[in-house]
Design a protein around this ligand. Structure first.
Ligand code: GLA
Length: 386
């Protein structure tokens, strides 16, 4: 049950959950969702903080009934409300998908011109999260006005519903997303399960967006592809990544204070994927209550090989730092100087490894470490008071 208190803190920290799109695309049904929910509970994902189960596109029938969106009866014979009730009975929250245009990206009925009735339908079904896409918008219609309309319709239901704006960053939603009631907004097009996509969306396209994020308002660089290994919805699963690449992807999303929405098939997740997704120290960085999105501190290019350092200030005064080797060569020495983080160079800092929780020692002025190709060293710098 949602209380008034929860209503005031939607997305206090970046939302965490699972979404059907990356793995299942159009082939999603109630059985897969039930199995996924069991796995979220059994594998420790719920305990780690993942709470939203989001049903993406292709849940709908081809036509409205009495003006209301209708579910696909083959995929969801009992409808959506019993599914939502079941999600809640397992201590999780339920998300659904619609679109600001006349049709969804998958060609199902969209919410254009039906915003109020659809928002009320979702509230009646107990929806806690609406992902709202941007396909098939009639020409000449203003993008911001459409999101404003659905944001208002959701608020009018008086149910606390996280509003996820998905117009792929085309109209700079970081500038107006929070104003129209959005809690998260996609900053780019769809992520693919390959290193090039992580490089482009994560390492290139999030630079300078940190000023727009904060408590209740987060930039969304799209869902996690961690653990897909090239399997799933073929629009997303393009070749797959190595474990090091998935680790870098997850560390960067944690530093970016990005929504952590899992996209792999959690029913068949391997241990290495589970370990990355449930890493308590990294999740704490993402969920830190200061609500500060990390930023790129610097980029070092040597013989065409790129390394980057990203940092995220934390509530307790410590700083999370990711040292990423984006190049092909192993054993790259990457450094972070205190001065680049606004710390005085004679300051002592205790350095903790965020992947192993090991204390690496106390350092003055700079920390350097060797990092393998496409991998990351993630550390927390704790300034010492001498
Ligand atoms: C768009 C979105 C995706 C997904 C699909 C569904 O491409 O960006 O995340 O929701 O639509 O059709």
């Amino acid at each position: 049950m949602n209380t008034g208190q929860q209503a005031s803190i939607i997305a206090r920290t970046p939302p965490m959950g699972w979404n059907s799109w990356n793995t299942f695309g159009a082939n999603i049904d109630v059985q897969i969702l039930y199995e996924t929910i069991e796995s979220i509970l059994d594998t420790g994902l719920q305990e780690a903080g993942y709470e939203y189960v989001v049903l993406d596109d292709f849940w709908q029938a081809d036509e409205r009934v009495d003006g209301r969106l209708m579910w696909d009866h083959e995929k969801f014979p009992d409808g959506i409300k019993p599914l939502s009730d079941y999600v809640h009975s397992r201590g999780l929250k339920f998300g659904i998908y619609s679109c600001a245009g006349s049709y969804t990206c998958g060609g199902k009925p969209g919410s254009f011109g039906h915003e109020e009735v659809d928002a009320q339908t979702f509230a009646d079904w107990g929806v806690d999260f609406l992902k709202y896409d941007y396909c098939h918008v009639p020409p000449g219609v203003d993008c911001v006005a459409l999101y404003q309309r659905m944001g208002q319709a959701l608020r009018s239901t008086r149910r606390p519903i996280l509003f996820s704006i998905c117009e792929w960053g085309h109209h700079q939603p970081w500038e107006w997303g929070a104003r129209v009631g959005g809690h998260i907004w996609r900053t780019t097009g769809d992520i693919n399960d390959c290193w090039e996509s992580i490089l482009d969306i994560g390492f290139n396209r999030q630079v300078s967006l940190e000023a727009y994020a904060g408590i209740g308002r987060w930039n969304d660089p799209d869902m996690l592809v961690v653990g897909m290994y090239g399997k799933g919805n073929e629009e997303v699963a393009q070749g797959g990544c190595t474990l090091a690449e998935y680790r870098s992807h997850f560390v960067l999303w944690c530093l970016l204070a990005a929504p952590l929405i899992i996209g792999c098939d959690v029913r068949n997740m391997d241990q290495a994927t589970n370990d990355i997704l449930c890493n308590h120290d990294l999740i704490s960085i993402n969920q830190d209550l200061l609500g500060c999105q990390g930023f790129r501190v610097g980029e070092m290019v040597h013989a065409n090989e790129v390394a980057q350092v990203w940092a995220k200030p934390l509530l307790d005064g410590s700083i999370a730092v990711g040292l990423f080797n984006l190049g092909q060569r192993d054993n790259r020495l990457i450094s972070v100087a205190w001065e680049s983080l606004g710390l005085s160079s004679d300051r002592l800092c205790c350095v903790i490894d965020l992947c192993s929780s090991d204390e690496l020692g106390v350092f003055r002025g700079v920390f350097s470490t060797y990092v393998e190709s496409h991998d990351v060293a993630a550390v927390r710098l704790i300034p010492q008071y001498e």
